[in-house]
Design a binder for this molecule. Sequence first.
Ligand SMILES: Cc1cc2nc3c(=O)[nH]c(=O)nc-3n(C[C@H](O)[C@H](O)[C@H](O)COP(=O)(O)OP(=O)(O)OC[C@H]3O[C@@H](n4cnc5c(N)ncnc54)[C@H](O)[C@@H]3O)c2cc1C
Ligand code: SF4
Length: 336
Amino acid sequence: MKPFAYVRATSLREAADAYAAHPGSRYLGGGTNLVDLMKLGVETPTALIDISRLPLGEITELPDGGLRVGAMVRGTDLAADPRVRTRYPLLSQALLAGASGQLRNVATTGGNLLQRTRCAYFQDLSKPCNKREPGSGCGAREGIHRDHAVLGHSEHCIATQPSDMAVALAALDAEVELYGGPDTTRTVAAGEFHRLPGDRPEQDTVIRPGEIITGVVLPPAAPGAVSLYRKARERASYAFALASVAAVLDLDDGRVRRIALAFGGLAHRPWRATTAEARLTGAEPHPDTVRAAVDAELARAEPLRDNAYKVPLARNLACDAVAALAGTHPGSPATP
Ligand SMILES: Cc1cc2nc3c(=O)[nH]c(=O)nc-3n(C[C@H](O)[C@H](O)[C@H](O)COP(=O)(O)OP(=O)(O)OC[C@H]3O[C@@H](n4cnc5c(N)ncnc54)[C@H](O)[C@@H]3O)c2cc1C
Ligand code: SF4
């Protein structure tokens, strides 16, 4: 075990200062991903800066009808919040579709967004991995890549983004709040927070060194809009998405006023299906129309040797989700 320092921060300022004082340190949320990676030797921080006791554990109403979720809100509490269940059911469903009850009791909203890929080569120090060790190669490209990306990958990395919650937040047009110091705060659209790998796969997101996620802002839900999250996985619980879809549908007199579709398990970031959304806006959500729009989106897919199955899987999930939402509209939020 490589020795590391432990610092318990009592304020954001103190946390940022501790990060600056310990080059190579990491913030500690629930630790459910970071500590696992430390045990594997993938993460070797010089210091753990514990931010879990910062006062960021509240879900608060915003004047415009949205919600602000503090970065330390645990997955269990976020999924169970009555306001989230009522106004943003897809977010609650995405959280409950991930990990296990025990993990969700500990995992934080900030840490969930920054969890690392589950690519087995990334977690195995004996294998090449450009994400873990830039320039060492990508073991998965010609190796075992059944779970890997079909959209937006690069010759340098074909990993997928693992968070279910991030996919729901992308579909909801949520925003991620970041603190870089007393005079450096900013927000980033959740759909832009994760990045495609390009030639810098070691960088999962647009977060800058030392920045702390302080919260996530959910915009007000449109009255009458319905939403759901669907996830396909190897077993019924405790498994990451092979493919998933987060969908929000708002119909006006039988036509799509607004639709948001985001895929998980297909790319290095939640994949917002903007081509499908544009085709469906203003149209009647007839199954043939939806299928054609989703196919147009997935025409961009570049499957690898062993993961072409993800394209029809994602298409079927999306078509099924939209059909379920269209069938239940208007009225109460759809059930998965
Ligand atoms: C067996 C197992 C199954 C799982 N299945 C799923 C699944 O199906 N779906 C799913 O979505 N997830 C799944 N997970 C992952 C789980 O959701 C994550 O481990 C968890 O959300 C991470 O949150 P945490 O607070 O524990 O993060 P930590 O482990 O504390 O931190 C993760 C990363 O985020 C950084 N960090 C934490 N908080 C902040 C902050 N506020 N600001 C800046 N940096 C921060 C840390 O430095 C670290 O790099 C699974 C995990 C396990 C172990
Ligand atoms: S897919 Fe990405 S994370 Fe996996 S081995 Fe290749 S470079 Fe590493």
